[in-house]
Design a protein around this ligand. Sequence first.
Ligand SMILES: [Zn+2]
Length: 122
Amino acid sequence: MYTIAIELPFSAAHQLRFANGEMEPLHGHNWKVKIEVSKESLDSQGLVIDFEELKKTTQGIIQRLNYTFINEVPPFDKVNPSAENLAFHIYQELHRELKKEAVRIEKVTVWETEDAQATYIA
Ligand SMILES: [Zn+2]
């Protein structure tokens, strides 16, 4: 089994909705996203998937969040924009876009700050 990973940054604001209906103060982060994909055997070029292709596909997904107020970007107009929910959302979008590739998305990790991260494990 082979695993590769890429990391990409984005910047965006968010505001968590608490269970009691109150809102966290609006604030921004320089987020970081890590994608880990695996494959049993390598392709004819000796790759799991081309790093650049994985970066480009992931970039297309996080571009829709970059420089936004995430709470205004579907599904986060309804879904709480936590790092956990962002990781799952990015996983779902990437899963759809990589369907034609014979790779398995293992994990999507989202850093809200350098010392706070959330991971969705597929
Ligand atoms: Zn935050």
